[in-house]
Design a protein around this ligand. Structure first.
Ligand code: C2O
Ligand code: CU
Length: 465
């Protein structure tokens, strides 16, 4: 991943001490409907007396409130838009009904300022998910419109003290420590590695201290909410093993035999770990030249010892029928240092003027951004294999809406049968083959989750009839 620019995260000495459950204000409402109001609010990102920025958030907080429900339940959300522009909410990784997917312009009209939209989010899978704005995502998510969504297993496996949520985001701050709104939409970012921040927060805080019990199996849920940054983490540094990717449990906990683990934009990983001695444990991000401690787990003494290792029941997803699958090919092109082939945009060949005006610099199969025609259209229940070829000089984080898939193959090497994902990383000049059962009818996006790349052309859709 050498093509990522590495701007050092600013180091600060500020630390916040929190109990994990305490700072997550869970959203609740009397009649079972949760209100999520998006609006501008003031917050200092570094904290500690640094100047406040105008951010956009749900319920005046970043991340937005923790949504927590049980597998099989339906979340009812009343979204209220008090932003100066239209918006909508997407439930990332949740196999929702298509009309609730939140994609402005494809599954719903964007919600105008002053208006509301009622989402009914059915939750077939337990696991770690998140929600975020899906109207001008590159701008609205960067400003703070995102939050965590946890779906509990039917039988709870971890106690609340042992269930630790870590939602990471990199912010681009100016020299005063303010959110750098002026640099949103920067052409350099759109044509290169996307908008990379220079300041990393966890749950909206600077390197928080989180108290956890000793002798207890902990579940660490990591969510990458960065617009474009691939986070690098080495679970072996603190003896953690992987139990889920992108919300989907993998069965046996796994020790990684490589490092670091790359956590692309929108990806999640759940880790299992138990600390037997009290004291601090540093969690570090490794994409910079020196490791950045993004959080500290403060292991506190605990008499009772939990010996039996918990396991998560995997969700039931349909296995693709590879022999009868339909195959599709997606060629990713464009960007800086890539081959700039002629792109079609809005149904016609893009001119140099369009290029300057619309910043469309990436394409899928020669088409920049949404077209009237889907990438493919299949009947419900059809198994699909998509062969993705990355002919660009950048890594990408490809996301399928409404479906998790198996990675069959990456650069000629067989993938892992056990793993379901909703977002996969593809390296420069790499290839990846994914497969899934197209079982959820509707119109679904397939895009790069580096939000600048998505806006600059790397967005298409498929249809299930
Ligand atoms: Cu996380 Cu199209 O989105
Ligand atoms: Cu990309």
């Amino acid at each position: 991943m050498s093509s990522l620019t590495r701007r050092g995260f600013l180091a600060t000495g500020l630390a916040t001490v929190v109990a994990p459950a305490a700072f997550w204000r869970s959203a609740k409402a009397e009649d079972g409907t949760i209100e999520l109001t998006a609006k501008p609010f003031e917050k200092s990102i570094p904290g500690g007396g640094a100047p406040a920025s105008t951010l956009w958030g749900y319920q005046d907080q970043v991340p937005g409130p923790l949504l927590r429900a049980r597998q099989g339940e339906t979340l009812r959300i009343r979204f209220r838009n008090e932003l100066p522009e239209p918006s909508s909410i997407h439930w990332h990784g949740v196999r929702v009904d298509n009309s609730m997917d939140g994609v402005a312009g494809l599954t719903q009209a964007p919600v105008p300022p002053g208006d509301t939209f009622d989402y009914e989010v059915n939750l077939p899978d337990a696991g770690t998910f998140w929600y975020h704005a899906h109207t001008k995502s590159w701008d609205q998510v960067a400003r703070g419109l995102y939050g965590p969504l946890i779906v509990e297993e039917r039988a709870p496996t971890f106690t609340p003290e042992a269930d630790i949520l870590l939602m990471l985001d990199d912010w681009r701050l100016d020299a005063q420590g303010r959110f750098d709104a002026a640099s949103l939409g920067n052409m350099m970012d759109w044509s290169h590695a996307g908008r990379l921040g220079n300041y990393l927060t966890v749950n909206g805080m600077t390197s928080p201290d989180i108290s956890v019990p000793a002798n207890t199996w902990l579940r660490l849920r990591l969510i990458n909410a960065c617009n474009s940054r691939i986070l690098e983490i080495d679970p072996n540094r603190f003896s953690a093993r992987v139990i889920a990717y992108d919300g989907q449990a993998i069965g046996e906990a796994r020790e990684l035999d490589y490092a670091p683990l790359l956590l692309g934009p929108a990806q999640r990983v759940d880790l299992l770990v138990r600390f037997d001695t009290p004291g601090p444990v540093a969690l570090e991000e490794l994409s910079q030249s020196s490791a950045y401690r993004f959080a500290t787990l403060n292991v506190a003494d605990n008499e009772t010892r939990q010996d039996r290792e918990p396991t998560l029941p995997p969700n039931l997803l349909p296995a693709p029928d590879l022999r009868n699958a339909q195959m599709f090919e997606l060629l990713m092109e464009g960007g800086a240092m890539g081959q700039m082939s002629q792109l079609t945009y809005n149904g016609r060949a893009q001119t140099r003027m369009d290029f300057m005006a619309n910043k469309q610099v990436w394409g899928f199969n020669g088409v920049a951004n949404m077209a009237d025609e889907p990438f493919f259209s299949v009947a419900r229940g059809q198994s699909v294999i998509v062969n993705v070829v990355n002919r660009t000089s950048f890594p990408h984080a490809m996301h399928t809406h409404g479906h998790h898939f198996k990675l069959l193959e990456r650069n000629g090497q067989a993938g892992d049968e056990q793993i379901w994902r909703d977002t996969f990383l593809i390296e420069p000049d790499g290839m990846a083959k994914i497969a899934f059962v197209a079982d959820n009818p509707g119109k679904w996006l397939f895009h790069c989750h580096m939000l600048e790349h998505a806006a600059a052309g790397m967005t298409t859709w498929f249809e299930i009839t």
